[in-house]
Design a protein around this ligand. Structure first.
Ligand SMILES: O=C(O)CCC(=O)C(=O)O
Ligand SMILES: [Fe+2]
Length: 223
């Protein structure tokens, strides 16, 4: 086998898996994982480079609901989003890291994660995302949610916390400040959560690992 053939079959990146192991342990014991330094610096840097290269026009007002039920609802969520396609090197690195996490989780927990989608989100000052779950049982195919934060020097008084509730009855929840490098992973159907308003612009990535929900000709996820 020549060198070119060898490079073609070798993975381009080998990532440190210790953070994936911590996340898996947390998922087993609690169903969610909050890691203050969960995003390695080189990943955060790639994401910041990618995010800064996106023009304001490429961010679209986010909506709620799937497919034909999709609608804009600024009384529910006020963020603007831009999907990460992997067309830039930085975006591709992010997707490769998430794929490595997906494979690690599948090897450890047999969750059958099949694909991943993610977008940048930008919440202007005062914007929020009301309490919601990312997936309803038996509807759609998002099974594991991921949120990562890109905000340097974020202080408690800046607000903008993610609040994760343990169940539909929980009103107290656990608050997470959207500080640079913080990573949160949780079971999509199980944990209601919300984003509180902030005093400054709040940058994040939200992503979802999905299972294959294809039935006959209906390909789901669509790609
Ligand atoms: O940005 C966050 O902290 C969470 C965002 C979220 O819940 C979502 O996009 O579904
Ligand atoms: Fe959410």
């Amino acid at each position: 086998m020549n060198k070119q053939q060898l490079t073609a079959i070798q993975p381009l990146h080998v990532f440190d898996e210790s953070i994936f192991e911590t996340i898996v342990d947390d998922l087993v014991t609690k169903g969610f994982s909050i890691q203050e330094n969960g995003l390695p610096d080189f990943i955060t840097q790639a994401l910041l480079d990618c995010q800064r290269s996106i023009s304001e026009a490429e961010y679209k007002t986010a909506g709620i609901g799937r497919a034909e039920n999709y609608k804009k609802a600024t009384n529910v969520r006020g963020d603007a989003i831009c999907w990460i396609t992997g067309s830039s090197q930085e975006g591709a690195l992010w997707l490769a890291w998430c794929e490595a996490m997906q494979q690690y989780i599948n090897r450890s927990l047999f969750m059958g994660l099949f694909s991943f989608e993610s977008h940048f989100a930008c919440y202007g000052p005062g914007k929020f995302y009301k309490r919601h779950v990312d997936a309803f049982k038996g509807q759609g195919n998002r099974v594991l949610s991921l949120v990562g934060y890109l905000n340097e020097d974020w202080l408690e008084e800046n607000g903008g916390e993610l609040v994760i509730y343990n169940s539909s009855d929980d009103v107290e929840g656990t608050k997470v400040l959207p500080k640079k490098n913080t990573l949160v992973v949780f079971l999509s159907e199980q944990f209601p959560h919300e984003v509180l308003p902030a005093t400054r612009t709040r940058h994040s990535i939200a992503g979802w690992f999905r299972v294959n929900g294809s039935v006959n000709d209906n390909i789901d996820p669509p790609r």
